[in-house]
Design a protein around this ligand. Structure first.
Ligand SMILES: *Cc1c(COP(=O)(O)O)cnc(C)c1O
Length: 414
């Protein structure tokens, strides 16, 4: 009989970074050595081998005809984008700033697409000059692009980003369905397609992105099938054949206790079916999926050092030199409804037998600067290294570094 029918949920096992002599290693280097090489804590460390391995796993699980894109906003570090640019089929940018990084990384114009609400005139001009695919998200963008085309003789390549009439169920962040600032409502798409047909623009296809951070294969499959169906219907009003059909992504990674890794096999099988159907419905078209955090999130660690250890009314606090100003998401302030702990380790005490329950806080003068709340971890002292796993996406660039004027964080690709 199970004495404890409701055990407390635990984090999914974190085992991508090997442990040697009690110390986590990144890119083959023990953390303390890497910290010395970097010259400071805190820092983000991304493991290039793990990123390549993740791409290889996806390639093995998905049909060969599916194009795999990297959504750069998850982690736009230039060296990392370079590393990925040669391994994926395309880069999705969300600003002219990201477009520059993508082009500097060596991506070709035909491999880059640009989505995001509120693309400014200057950004559209950059995109047209670069010759990349622009996912238009409003009637204004269409008329601006037509105007840019008339003035420069460069025809813009466009796809329509559709706000679908459904959501990605159980998603950490919903980005389609209902009223949204993203894309153009499916009901308005025929009128937008007519406007594109009248303007001097090259229509190339559709882009649908229903949501992010989903760990349920069935939900992702359902969204991909519905996206495909919707694209089939609206393609009837398209001014030219569909050459690109971007079905979005939304593949999640486990952050919190009780979450399990996504099962890729059924998603791959479903995409194979859709790819097969597409040969008849959209002859010659490319099917694309775009992933951000799934490609890089698990390959990154946030590394910070204990600067003080305090006991307050019986509770142990480890005060570290990093915090929410570098890693907003781990503090629970980046979209979470209820704060939960990211997986954490004492990176140089992996084999220490004595454990204690601690809260890990940063140096900021706000109770929000909480990186781990009452977690059982190997006993740590001043100078020890605290590691936050699952930190390769939405960390460095998604955090308010200037808040409270502490030294900036750095990034290393090991
Ligand atoms: C943010 C975003 C992504 C990436 O989402 P992840 O959760 O990192 O995979 C992909 N496509 C679009 C349009 C996005 O806005």
């Amino acid at each position: 009989m199970n004495a404890n029918p409701n055990p407390r949920p635990t984090h999914a096992p974190m085992e991508y970074f090997p442990v040697r002599h009690g110390e986590l290693t990144v890119g083959g280097l023990p953390l303390s050595r890497l910290a010395a090489r970097v010259g400071q804590t805190p820092f983000y460390a991304y493991d290039r081998h793990l990123i390549a391995q993740r791409v290889a796993e996806l390639r093995a699980a998905l049909p060969a005809s599916i194009k795999l894109h990297y959504a750069m906003k998850a982690n736009p570090m230039p060296a990392l984008v370079c590393h990925l640019a040669g391994r994926v089929d395309g880069l999705d940018v969300a600003s002219a700033g990201e477009l520059k990084v993508a082009l500097d990384a060596g991506a070709k114009a035909h491999e880059i697409s640009f989505a995001g609400p509120g693309k400014r005139r200057a950004e559209l001009e950059c995109a047209v000059a670069a010759g990349i695919l622009i996912n238009v998200e409003s009637f204004r963008e269409v008329s601006e692009l037509a105007d840019i085309g008339e003035r420069t003789d460069d025809r813009a390549r466009v796809a329509v980003r559709v706000n679908p009439d459904f959501e990605l169920k159980g998603s950490g962040m919903k980005m389609g369905g209902g009223p949204k600032q993203f894309g153009v409502d499916a009901e308005q798409v025929p009128a937008l397609l007519a406007a594109i047909g009248k303007a001097n623009l090259d229509f190339e296809g559709f882009h649908l992105f229903a949501g992010a951070q989903n760990l349920k294969a069935e939900a992702i499959i359902e969204a991909q099938c519905k996206s495909y169906e919707l694209a089939r219907q609206i393609a009837e009003s398209a001014p030219a054949p569909v050459r690109t059909l971007n079905l979005g992504g939304g593949f999640g990674i486990p952050y919190f206790p009780g979450e399990q890794r996504l099962d890729l096999a059924p998603i791959g099988a479903n995409l194979a079916e859709l790819a097969e159907r597409a040969t008849a419905d959209f002859p010659g078209a490319q099917l694309v999926i775009e992933l951000g955090r799934y490609l890089v999130g698990e390959a990154g660690l946030y590394v910070t050092r204990v600067i003080d250890k305090k006991v307050s009314r019986g509770q142990i606090f480890l005060v570290v030199d990093g915090g929410l100003h570098h890693h907003l998401a781990a503090s629970g302030n980046f979209g979470q409804v209820i704060r939960k702990n990211y997986p954490v380790a004492i990176g140089n005490r992996m084999d220490r037998v004595t454990h204690e329950t601690v809260s890990i806080v940063g140096p900021l003068c706000t109770p929000l600067d909480l990186l781990a709340e009452k977690m059982e971890l190997p006993a740590a002292d001043v100078g020890d290294i605290v590691v936050i796993y699952q930190s390769g996406a939405y960390g460095f660039t998604a955090s308010p570094q200037a808040f409270l004027g502490h030294p900036p964080c750095v990034e290393v690709l090991a």
